[in-house]
Design a protein around this ligand. Structure first.
Ligand SMILES: Nc1nc2c(ncn2[C@@H]2O[C@H](COP(=O)(O)OP(=O)(O)OP(=O)(O)O)[C@@H](O)[C@H]2O)c(=O)[nH]1
Ligand SMILES: [Mg+2]
Length: 388
């Protein structure tokens, strides 16, 4: 089973640990998401649950992560069928650490090693500091975001090629005053941010800005000293905490498909249109020669292989499985069917749950759900995939 490693990059207080606990809580039962997460290590599961309890109960918050502590949280993504059979699909390992290690230390080899191993990077931008910057209400907080936190995140992101996601944390503090577009416009005024996005766009590697709130709207009010006061009797409604995880695999695959097609075409032009097609169109373009034959004589020409530890072979296997699924969906008019597929309703995806019978079909089903979550994000926030 493939494990996707994700490192969260965020300054102290950005909300990394609270986010992790809230994401686990939201995804720990299958519910409407079509998959669920399990933390196999009993002690870690207890710890994560107790962090979430501290978030939603009492007046205090979980303590900041200790400097020496690098927590590794491994989540197994599993799918439960209507007959209650249960299959693992893939794993996600998140690394959490004290944010000071990112901003206050010049060289941290252990930390840089983690970044180099990652399959995706999740940069947590502190919504509270962004609010201070956008409103001009707290120069110190804005200055720390612009001159310390963001440059440290961008520096590490520039050192690797994997897909990057920015989670805009504490969205509950911004939501009523600013649109995502307004925040994005301000961020794009920062030359290094803009450059990073342009480089990624050129390479065909997705960059996303995803608003999230680990507690949801009207659960806290900011006190004058900057701390968060929980509102008595308020109910937590975590917002989009499942989205960054759901984007990892589709974006990883998108970046890989782009690399393959760029290699294949040996692109010479530098001014290629940076607007990348969506993952489904790319899958179909990538597989076009096979599809032409396959649509005539059946899907067997896709030659689905077993799993391998080689990342290229593994990506190829996943891509083929998805394409084969698309073909099964409609033999005729395949491109139209693919567009329809991207608009699948939750009910239709739930139908596909009936086909889950082993690890392989569980992974396909999980990816369909990831694509559904990603599609919903792009409907709600079309600007969340940053394309300049
Ligand atoms: N309004 C609001 N506040 C939040 C949210 N998530 C976290 N916070 C606040 O931010 C504080 C810091 O969150 P943590 O998750 O501990 O931050 P961290 O990034 O892990 O910080 P370090 O461990 O020091 O690196 C919390 O104690 C809350 O007061 C959120 O979704 N909305
Ligand atoms: Mg922490």
């Amino acid at each position: 089973m493939k494990t996707y490693k994700i490192i969260t990059l965020g300054a102290s207080g950005a909300g990394k640990t609270v986010f992790m606990a809230s994401m686990f809580k939201a995804l720990s039962i299958q519910g409407t998401h079509g998959f669920y997460l399990e933390v196999e290590d009993h002690n870690k599961r207890k710890l994560l649950n107790s962090i979430y309890t501290q978030v939603i109960k009492g007046d205090s918050w979980p303590q900041g992560t200790k400097y020496s502590e690098v927590s590794e949280w491994t989540f197994t993504c599993r799918v439960k069928t209507p007959s209650l059979d249960d299959y693992p699909a893939c794993q996600f390992t998140y690394f959490d650490y004290a944010g000071g290690r990112l901003t206050d230390v010049d060289e941290d080899e252990e930390f840089e090693g983690l970044v180099k191993q990652a399959d995706a990077i999740l940069g947590l931008l502190d919504g509270q500091k962004i609010h201070a910057w956008m409103t001009g209400s707290n120069e110190l907080a804005a200055d720390s975001f612009l001159n310390k936190d963001l440059p440290s995140i961008l520096k590490l992101m520039l050192s690797c090629k994997v897909p990057i996601h920015f989670a805009l944390s504490k969205w509950d503090l911004l939501e009523n005053e600013f649109s995502l577009n307004q925040v994005l416009d301000r961020l794009c005024e920062i030359p290094k941010f803009e450059q990073l996005v342009r480089d990624r766009n050129k390479a065909g590697s997705p960059v996303r800005l995803i608003p999230v709130s680990s507690v949801g709207l009207s659960f806290v009010t900011p006190a004058p000293d900057g701390s968060m006061k929980k509102i008595s009797g308020a109910i937590p409604r975590p917002f989009q905490v499942e989205v960054p995880l759901a984007c990892v695999l589709p974006d990883h695959l998108t970046a890989w498909l782009n690399q393959v097609s760029q290699k294949r075409e040996q692109l010479e032009t530098k001014d290629k249109d940076p607007k990348q097609p969506n993952i489904i169109t790319m899958l179909l373009n990538w597989a076009e020669p096979v599809i032409n034959t396959a649509t005539e004589i059946g899907t067997k020409n896709l030659n689905l292989e077993g799993e391998s530890s080689d990342p290229d072979t593994l990506n190829e296997t996943i891509a083929k499985k998805l394409v084969s699924n698309l073909i099964k969906f409609a033999f005729q008019n395949i491109k139209k069917a693919a567009d329809e597929r991207a608009k699948l309703t939750r009910e239709q995806i739930n139908e596909s749950l009936k086909n889950v019978k082993d690890e392989e079909t569980a992974l396909t089903h999980a990816i369909e759900n990831f694509l559904y979550i990603q599609h919903t994000l792009s409907q709600t926030y079309p600007q969340s995939e940053i394309i300049l």
